[in-house]
Design a protein around this ligand. Sequence first.
Ligand code: KIV
Length: 267
Amino acid sequence: MKSKKKTLHTLRQLHQSGTPITMVTAYDATFARLLAQAEVDALLVGDSLGNVVQGHETTLPVSIDELVYHTRCVTRGAPGAFVVADLPFGAYGGELDEGIRNAVRLMKEGGASSVKLEGGRPMVELVRRLVAMGIPVMGHLGMTPQSVHQFGGHRVQGRSEAAAAALLADARALAEAGAWGVVLELIPAALAAELTVALDIPTIGIGSGQGCAGQVLVSYDLLGLNDEFSPRFLKRYERLGERVRQAVRSYADEVRAGQYPTAEHAH
Ligand code: KIV
């Protein structure tokens, strides 16, 4: 049976009932279909595609055209999913009009249900304008990967009292501007729990402990497609990398041995 289209209303109902919201990243139609069939609440077309799909060290090289393209692939593969699309580095944060134009592209050309952007108080004006236009916006605070050079690496953020207070002010400002939710990446668990209690909107954690209103992971990481990426917060639910290698090795061995294809595979 086809499940009902997931919407912002679905996520708000989950949050109101105290049910943790589940989110994973998706970048193409095939994975989007499988992930949606696994009944996650939301799919994120993250700019992490720069790392896991394009092979870059950071998310910075990802362009708005690439994000629109991957969003279109995901929404085509999972038409019933609530799809959040990232605004990539350089596509917002300067001129207000540029951010608006690019968010509209993700919705109009990509078919996204929401956009996500990194940053707190400096983004409030943009968030307000997008929400006023009817575009659901998700915030992203903490170790925001687009600022990796400013942070000097993937480091836990919000450890000092001042940094924690700044994160709280950022989160409140995003919520007041109309953001429907906020990703909290790599912040201390106690701080994430405090922000979750302080906000009316859901916090979706990654590497930020148990106290968030939901969790997000990069699908390639949770499926174990990259053996070399092992941060402390990651739990691998599969070893798909090894299974892919084994399956393709078996195929190649059989072709070389003349065991595939056989008569049953011929017309
Ligand atoms: O780009 C991404 O995948 C993300 C998640 C890590 C939250 O922003």
